[in-house]
Design a protein. Structure first.
Length: 69
């Protein structure tokens, strides 16, 4: 198990699909509707912010010890 705070600040869409147990189309829909924040890093590369995933999952704020499967 990993602690959520140990995850990178910017996550690939594939990693977010695993965290949310959802498909890529669902993650992109969450991005398109503004429920997940992204940072574009040139070209078509998109990274989802760890903080927006935290908010979406309604996890405690940074600094709290939370474990993720």
């Amino acid at each position: 198990m990993k602690q959520f705070n140990a995850l990178p600040l910017l996550l690939r869409v594939g990693a977010v699909t695993q965290l949310l147990k959802a498909g890529k189309s669902t993650v992109y829909r969450l991005i398109d509707t503004g429920k997940l924040d992204i940072v574009e890093s040139g070209g078509a590369h998109k990274r989802v912010t760890r903080e927006s995933v935290r908010r979406y999952l309604k996890l405690p704020p940074e600094g709290a010890l939370v474990e993720v499967l």
